[in-house]
Design a protein around this ligand. Structure first.
Ligand SMILES: Nc1ncnc2c1ncn2[C@@H]1O[C@H](COP(=O)(O)OP(=O)(O)OP(=O)(O)O)[C@@H](O)[C@H]1O
Ligand SMILES: [Mg+2]
Length: 309
């Protein structure tokens, strides 16, 4: 499959601070590629380099076969961007936000009008067409920003945390929308810190932490190579930790986190065969997830508050 995006050793430094270090990715046509990481991981910086609003300190980038250092204007005509900040204009109505944006791209007024109305209809925003953006909820604003990014009929859509801060229902709506866009053949590149978002949408992902790439692959590959199929999780008193670990230390991989031990069960051994090594009344066996992968490769839980690190 043709590579729509190819980044080699992509690096961004601010003075001496390395925000993104040696990012290598290849995104194929029609796939959804995720950039997962906690606050400050370098997701926005990486994405901005990919869509051409942040200069590249080092490395090479090809988008749609074009060298991004030389053809950024051409590339920008073929891509859509949903940035982390909405950037909507509160002085304009919902429809006018789209019309004004169309003008930046030189879309003829008649066509802009027609496309904008169609997009608003498909986003279920047509009832708000003449209202101020101010009346829209967070979820509806996100839909409007996505509509705006689609005005130019992009081949690739970049989305920086498309559902952060939204309620579960709005998030689901946007996930379905994005899956629909993917079915139409639009290549998606999105950043997120939600594991569920990755699991629902992304064919492949890269996990970033402090600018570095921790791992890259399909969700299933990352889970099965780093963890296995299943995880046994049980609560322990930290004073008894040595007692619990004694029985498992040399036999299995594990993580201790928040008064819990997570045992990673190799694919070759059913979790139930290991239960005899575990002394606790409060045991769950569950499928391994990307949360476990993150905890293993980063050494802390993605949901940990950054202040607690
Ligand atoms: N313009 C800038 N000048 C200096 N440092 C910057 C600049 N932009 C970002 N950084 C730093 O680079 C690092 C990565 O920031 P970035 O915004 O890419 O992270 P992120 O993964 O998008 O985080 P979040 O989840 O909070 O959006 C952070 O430490 C940030 O402070
Ligand atoms: Mg960001």
């Amino acid at each position: 499959m043709a590579s729509i995006i190819e980044a080699r050793n992509l690096t961004k430094t601010y003075n001496n601070f390395i925000a993104v270090q040696g990012l290598n990715i290849q995104v194929s046509e029609g796939e959804c590629f995720g950039v997962l990481g906690p606050n400050g991981a370098g997701k926005t910086t990486a994405l901005k380099m990919l869509y051409g609003t942040s200069s590249i300190t080092k490395g090479e980038l090809f988008v749609l076969g074009l060298n991004a250092r030389k053809n950024i204007k051409k590339i920008k005509r073929e891509i859509g961007v949903v940035s982390q900040e909405d950037g909507l204009d509160f002085d304009f109505s919902v429809l006018d936000n789209l019309l004004v944006y169309s003008r930046y791209f030189g879309i003829p007024r008649n066509q802009a009008f027609k496309t904008s109305k169609e997009l608003l209809r498909s986003m279920h925003l047509d009832n708000y067409m003449d209202q101020s953006v101010e009346v829209l909820s967070g979820g509806l604003r996100r839909r409007l920003v996505i509509a705006r990014a689609l005005l130019t009929e992009p081949k690739v859509l970049f989305l920086d945390e498309p559902t952060t801060g939204l309620d579960p229902q709005s998030r689901l709506w946007i996930w379905n929308l994005l899956l629909g866009l993917k079915r139409k053949g639009i290549t998606l590149v999105l950043t997120t810190h939600y594991m569920e978002e990755v699991e629902r949408l992304c064919d492949r992902l890269v996990i970033l932490d402090k600018g570095r790439t921790l791992c890259e692959g399909t969700p299933q590959e990352l889970i099965s190579t780093n963890i296995g199929n299943e995880v046994i999780e049980f609560h322990v008193e930290m004073s008894d930790i040595d007692y619990h670990l004694e029985k498992i230390r040399d036999r299995f991989e594990y993580q201790v986190f928040n008064n819990k031990i997570r045992l990673f069960i190799p694919n070759t051994v059913p979790a139930k065969d290991i239960m005899s090594s575990v002394s606790s009344d409060n045991i769950i066996i569950r499928r391994a997830s990307l949360d476990d992968v993150f905890l293993k490769v980063a050494g802390y839980d993605l949901n940990t508050d950054i202040k607690d690190l």
